[in-house]
Design a protein around this ligand. Structure first.
Ligand SMILES: Cc1ncc(COP(=O)(O)O)c(C=O)c1O
Length: 446
């Protein structure tokens, strides 16, 4: 076998990817012995840090007990404990959990649940799902259909036809040209307009990220946005579905990001941090109304993939829940997030730093060519990629993306480190990042 020849593929076919051989806490090491500080937990995923001995034991012990049972045949103590733990974490807002194997599967399952709820509630004409532009709900067909992230959708546009998108809650580039003192929550009222134009009798649900993930890197709506959204949803018997795949399980400094707005959804998608970064798992979580409506009518939800609800994933959820609690990691996400936010303010003097936003340990930066006019950087500079590459060269892992200005331009990045990060490690991240940013700005002529 030719050891040099590679057969693996990732997103960029012609890129040489560095090979990671070990991880511990906040750090990763490649096969050349180079160390990286992980300031994004991969794609804002590893909430607990790398190489956890206790998680290795959890997985090992679970394999020895039982590695797999099919959810259509059996339940398991681990699945029961995991689902109870998730519902308890919502403080009673949620009633039942349908486990799946990842974030995209979770958002699609939420949509199927919303449809099933409407059928069983005696409203079978309701099937349309409205979501928002500049959102991301996953890469599978149905999830991409919901996503309003042009860069990730455009190659597959011919296959995704049922798009009903409203403008995002994106104050830095308000699509209604409002300022905080003139805003009437036009972005929330747009939901009512869309429902009316589609015909309320046809709309089943509104799907939304409570705080934007990589499509708008931490953009959060005004505090009363979701109260207005809830009123509109209830007026037209439209379910409120929140995608908490990225925000859920402590990322925003609260257990669930909906708590920032005091507005629980009817159905919620979970993924990423649900498994602490140790196992592919996701969930569609529903409130009592949704659960009882289906339970008391058809009692059937024909959905789910082979791996859904497997005891390995469930055991990892249980361990994640107990670890978060024991180490008070959600309070830590809030506290370290504030420290990180204060440090980020120091970057405002950089010529490209346009906006700094986010909550907890999801903190984004949007880069611009002109701070005054907010004109984005020319997209062909690929600033988001330059940053990502230079960061890696300098031993720092960050997540970045492009297209926040209506898909045409707009470079941004997000810090989303594991919650175990210390102040000293935030300082380390900032020291490297400041150097990287200066280098990247020079490279594009600043
Ligand atoms: C908000 C949100 N929803 C859904 C997904 C899709 O999750 P997955 O990549 O696990 O399928 C992601 C992934 O980045 C996400 O950030």
């Amino acid at each position: 076998m030719n050891a040099k020849k590679k057969h693996s593929l990732s997103v960029f076919f012609n890129k040489e990817y560095r090979s990671i051989v070990r991880g511990e806490g906040m750090y990763l090491w490649d096969d050349q012995g180079k160390r990286y500080i992980d300031a994004s937990g991969g794609p804002i995923m590893s909430n607990l840090g790398h190489g956890m001995e206790e998680m290795a034991e959890t997985l090992y012990n679970q394999v020895k007990k039982i590695e797999y049972v099919f959810r259509m045949d059996f339940t398991s103590p681990e699945m029961e404990a995991a689902c109870t733990g998730i519902c308890e974490a919502t403080g009673g807002d949620m009633e039942r959990v349908f486990l799946v194997s990842g974030g995209s599967e979770a958002t699609e399952t939420c949509i199927k649940l919303a449809r099933k709820f409407q059928i069983d509630a005696g409203r079978p004409s309701k099937f349309k799902i409205i979501s928002r532009w500049m959102s991301y709900h996953g890469m599978t067909g149905g999830a991409m259909n919901l996503s309003g992230f042009p860069f990730r959708r455009k190659d597959y546009a011919p296959y995704i036809s049922n798009n009903f998108h409203i403008p995002p809650a994106y104050c830095y580039r308000c699509w209604f040209n409002q300022k905080p003192d003139t805003c009437h929550l036009e972005c929330a009222n747009a939901l009512e307009t869309e429902i009316l134009c589609q015909g309320p009798e046809s709309v089943a649900a509104f799907m939304v990220e409570p705080i934007s993930g990589m499509s708008l890197c931490g953009a959060a709506p005004r505090k009363d946005y979701f109260k207005r959204i809830r009123e509109i949803c209830d007026r037209y018997e439209v379910l409120l579905v929140m995608d908490e795949v990225l925000t859920g399980f402590g990322r925003s400094g609260k257990f669930f990001a909906y708590e920032h707005f005091d507005t629980p959804p009817d159905i919620m998608a979970l993924g990423k941090g649900l498994g602490g970064g140790y196992f592919p798992v996701g969930a569609a979580v529903m409130n009592t109304r949704v659960y009882e409506t289906i339970a008391n009518a058809s009692g059937l939800f024909m959905s789910g993939h082979t791996w859904a609800g497997n005891p390995m994933a469930a055991a990892v959820i249980c361990k994640t829940l107990s670890y978060l609690e024991e180490h008070q990691l959600i309070a830590r996400s809030a506290k370290m997030g504030e420290y990180l936010a204060r440090k980020l303010e120091g970057l405002r003097s950089h010529p490209t730093v346009g906006d700094i936003r986010g909550e907890g340990l999801m903190r984004g930066i949007e880069f611009v060519k002109d701070k005054e006019t907010r004109e984005p950087l020319p997209p062909e500079t690929m600033f988001w990629m330059i940053l990502h590459e230079l960061a890696q060269e300098n031993g720092l892992v960050i997540d970045s993306s492009s297209g926040c200005d209506r898909g045409q331009a707009g470079d941004q990045m997000m810090f989303g480190p594991p919650f175990i990060i210390t102040e000293a490690q935030i300082d380390e991240v900032m020291e490297i990042f400041e150097k990287v940013l200066t280098q990247a700005e020079k490279q594009i002529g600043f």
